[in-house]
Design a protein around this ligand. Structure first.
Ligand code: ATP
Ligand code: MG
Length: 892
């Protein structure tokens, strides 16, 4: 190592600190340590020891700092009398700005005992090197350098370099330093070395340690630039064995591991749900230079999710996502199975999937049955692949049964779900799907004598249509609940229309068609009192969570609609406004539906063409748009559209606006989208195809529809659960359209779909979270230079080459200066410095001569400190040796 001699310099810094105030001292107790604000801010330090404390009322610096009192300018009650007691070291503090939590101080420090100051997170450091002849200076070999980091917004100008006479060797070094400063525009009195990790040279501003000892004897005029590692390709850090999916059975140990190839030191962190994984007795992460492993013992459902390994080394950062799936048998199907389509010896069961599939797809369901009053359950099937099942065998008419369902995945079978309600198998009369409680239909005529309010109590609103509003009514006399459809009728035409609607309804006495109870004509209004249908609109009901949606349930609805429409057609009445909103459910618990809204219905008389320009764009038939005569099959087209939406959730002709929708209908081009095509049974597709025929004569009639195999023979239908998501969107769009906000709705839906897309790919949030993790990892990697392999003494023969080799670690990448007898070595033909990515550093001296003999020092420094290693080179002269050996004294 170099010899140390007396020092001649001291330094002072003018800088600005922002100090977070500690809690005020109470009764002389110790106040909280101030924390410096901002990243990595560790306080004013003096040889690694905090050298000052800031309390609300005063700032105290250590005893060897000059006493100084600083009055705050404007916030005397918050920070005042900043005492800097006792003083060997000149120090001047000036409070620039205070706030509740932050104190901004500019200060000038002139320690007399050498350059062992470390000021961390200094906002605007402009170290000023001043001449202080009496000061002593020592080389700092370990710990913090006399460093001022993170310079910015220089607030004072650098002083000129020292001019005091100094020993030749020392002068050589300092002169170089100052020349360097000057060349860089006198930004700061420190060597501003551009690090690959820092943006600006000023940011990385660093002062060298000044040695007053064994300074080089041959000062060079040009400054010697420190050696840096070569620019990295950026892909030297890699995660090798990328496993993207790990499945672990609940209760067992999960191990997520990745091999890492990088340049040590490495820092790694596992992140889950945007938060670093916290170690616990159950969870531990082990990272070496070649691998990072996350071990989770006794995994539970909550441990499942996406884990991201973030790795940082000096060359960069990488991350890898691994999905941990905790698998188990599924939980039981949610809720109890629902029973529908009850007949003498068959029924349809439907149920919801389990709330948790055990992390592995549910493959099948098993269904058991038991007769009420008996204990044993009988397996009906264990291979059902959908969430509904048509029980066709083994049920005795009149007997009472209960059903239960289990879900199975690759890892086992669930517990049984709740048992269904007990059901009595249908009697012969019950087999008629149109069987209803007997209704006393009455002939209704417009009542202009009574007022509806006199006879009915108006309750809540049930719905809203084009022509008015529908309210729940209670008949005062009987307490019976009805629905009142209030339509504005100011013109005679409106009253005539209302009268026509009532007259048509008088002919439509069928369990699948809403019937009219009474009708009132009041000034400006016509009120139709209708039977109350309690279950709400069909599509709303289908999307409700507790409702299974399959082809089989859809068939039940379609066959009822066909039955109602068939009856209408038999009465020579066309509805002309068949659409999902006009199909309502009888009750919340059964699957019976009714057709409502005969506001546009017309009686067709043979030979009298009826042309209409009415309806709802998405559902109207091509002949309506073409203003051609309508027929009974005009309704069948609309049923085709309803059925298409029912099974796919998509509206087959929907365009961006009504015009486009109508154009789509006229063109007659429609098809099933890929997804629907794959899901639906051929028979269902055929049914729709036969309804959506442009030529109205080619369409199925209601009667033919009821005989179509899809409707007639449910067994050939797909039992796959149909998605409700698209239907939800369809309903959302319809609602907005109703309120005239279709455009907005479309935009909103576009946003919705965008949002759902983005969940599949890493979001911006995730990215920013990763960034935070990487910043944290970079913080962790920070360390001063260390020589993991030191220089060794060498003896070489003159004319040969000498290699001094060492290995350097540190982050940010240390920069390297080599010295020979105290003087920095500049690379030349004879002096080569190799500094590799790995940290390996070699000085190669070719053609050595006795003049090269001496001490060589490798000095590595980064923003955290500096380290050195040295070794001696001895050079032998062969000829001299030989001469000595032969005793000839001759030269070779
Ligand atoms: P539009 O022509 O726009 O369909 P409209 O003015 O002809 O509307 P309806 O369709 O008859 O009115 O009724 C509007 C809404 O009121 C229905 O969609 C339904 O939600 C509700 N509604 C109508 N009739 C009944 C009823 N009998 N029982 C319960 N709710 C009903
Ligand atoms: Mg309606």
């Amino acid at each position: 190592m170099r010899q140390q001699t007396g020092a001649l310099y001291t330094m002072s810094y003018t800088s600005t600190l922002r100090i977070q105030l500690g809690k005020p001292t109470i009764n002389g107790s110790k106040g909280g340590q101030p924390k410096l604000s901002e990243n990595g801010c560790r306080g004013l330090q003096h040889r690694g020891v905090f050298c000052g404390s800031v309390q609300k009322s005063k700032m105290v610096l250590p005893e060897n700092w000059k006493s100084n009192t600083v009055k705050t300018a404007n916030e005397a009650e918050k920070v005042s009398d900043m005492k800097v007691p006792s003083a060997k070291v000149p120090c001047h503090l000036q409070v620039v700005k205070t706030s509740d939590k932050l104190l901004t101080v500019t200060f000038e420090l002139c320690p007399q005992n050498g350059g062992e100051l470390c000021v961390r997170k200094v906002k605007s450091p402009v170290p000023i090197l001043t001449h202080a002849p009496n000061a002593t200076r020592r080389l700092v070999r370990e710990g913090p350098l006399p460093t001022v980091q993170e310079a910015s917004q220089a607030e004072s100008c650098p002083s000129p370099p020292p001019t005091t006479p100094q020993p030749e060797k020392a002068k050589a070094v300092t002169t170089k330093v100052w020349e360097n400063r000057e060349r860089e525009g006198k930004r700061a009195s420190c060597i501003a070395l551009e690090s690959p990790h820092k943006k600006s040279s000023v940011d990385n501003c660093r002062s060298v340690s000044f040695s007053d000892e064994s300074a080089p004897s041959s000062p060079s005029k040009d400054p010697v630039s420190p050696k840096r590692k070569p620019q990295r390709s950026g892909d030297s850090l890699k995660i090798m064995n990328k496993v993207s999916q790990v499945e672990v059975k609940k209760g067992e140990q999960a191990e997520l591991s990745c091999s890492i190839q990088g340049t040590p030191p490495l820092a790694a962190s596992w992140v889950r749900n945007k938060k670093p994984v916290v170690e616990s007795p159950r969870i531990c992460a082990v990272t070496s230079e070649t691998e990072s492993r996350l071990l989770i013992r006794e995994v539970c459902e909550e441990d499942g999710g996406s884990y991201t390994l973030c790795v940082q080394d000096q060359t960069g950062s990488v991350q890898h996502h691994t999905r941990l799936t905790v698998v188990d048998h599924p939980s039981p199907p949610a809720g109890k199975p629902l029973i529908s389509g009850l007949q003498q010896s068959s029924l349809t069961l439907s149920w919801s999937g389990p709330s948790y599939d055990g992390g592995s797809a549910v493959l099948r369901y098993s269904i058991e049955v038991k007769q009420v009053g008996q204990d044993s359950w009988r397996l009906l099937t264990d291979t059902c692949t959908s969430t509904s099942y048509h029980v066709k065998e083994g049920l005795v008419p009149g007997e009472q049964y209960q059903f239960r369902v289990r879900a199975a995945n690759a890892y086992g079978v669930s517990e049984a779900a709740a048992e269904s309600d007990a059901v009595i198998m249908a009697s012969t009369r019950d087999e008629d799907p149109d069987f209803e409680e007997p209704v006393e239909y009455t002939e209704v005529s417009l009542n202009s004598k009574d007022r509806v309010d006199d006879l009915y109590v108006k309750l809540e609103k049930l719905g809203m249509g084009k022509f008015g509003q529908v309210y729940k009514l209670q008949e005062k006399a009987s307490g019976k609940i009805c629905a009142g459809k209030y339509s504005k009728a100011r013109l005679q035409k409106d009253i005539a229309n209302a009268r026509a609607e009532v007259e048509l309804m008088n002919k439509l006495h069928h369990p699948r068609l809403v019937h009219c109870v009474a009708a009132f004509q009041e000034p400006g209004w016509v009120i139709l009192v209708l039977e109350y249908i309690a279950g709400g609109e069909l599509f709303e009901r289908i999307v409700a969570d507790d409702f299974e949606h399959t082809e089989i349930t859809s068939i039940e609805y379609m066959s009822q609609i066909l039955s109602g429409v068939g009856y209408m057609h038999q009465q020579s009445i066309v509805h002309l406004d068949l659409k999902p909103e006009n199909i309502v459910c009888v009750s919340k618990v059964d699957t019976r539906v009714k057709i409502i809204d005969f506001g546009l219905a017309r009686k067709l008389v043979p030979g009298v063409p009826v042309k209409v320009l009415q309806g709802t764009a998405e559902f109207v038939a091509p002949e309506v748009i073409a203003f051609e005569p309508v027929g009974f099959t005009t309704d069948m087209w609309s049923l085709g559209v309803i059925c298409y939406i029912l099974l796919s959730g998509e509206s087959p002709f929907q365009g961006d606006n009504d015009m486009e929708t109508l154009r789509n209908i006229t063109s007659g081009n429609w098809e099933f989208d890929e997804e629907t095509d794959a899901v639906l049974s051929d028979s269902a597709k055929d049914f729709i195809r036969r309804l959506l025929q442009k030529n109205m004569k080619s369409r199925l009639t209601a009667e033919q529809g009821l005989k179509h195999p899809w409707i007639k023979d449910k067994a050939i239908s797909s039992t796959k659960t149909l998605s409700k998501e698209k239907m939800k969107k369809f309903l959302a769009r319809q609602k907005w359209q109703k309120t005239g906000k279709a455009v907005l709705a479309l935009k909103r839906m576009a946003m919705l779909s965008h949002r759902s897309d983005s969940t599949s790919s890493p979001s911006t949030d995730d990215d920013s979270e990763s960034q935070k993790v990487f910043s944290f990892l970079q913080e962790q990697l920070q360390r001063p230079p260390v020589f993991s392999s030191l220089l060794k003494d060498h003896t070489e023969v003159a004319g040969s080459s000498a290699r001094f080799h060492c290995h350097i670690e540190g982050f940010p990448d240390p920069e390297v200066l080599w010295f020979f007898s105290g003087s920095p070595i500049e690379e030349s033909k004879r002096f080569k410095i190799e500094y590799e990515d790995s940290g390996s550093c070699t000085l190669i001296i070719s053609d050595v001569s006795p003049a090269d003999a001496g001490e060589y020092v490798c000095q590595a420094s980064n923003s955290h400190g500096q380290a050195e290693t040295s070794a001696k080179l001895t050079v032998h002269c062969l000829r001299a040796k030989r001469s000595a050996r032969d005793g000839t004294g001759k030269t070779a």
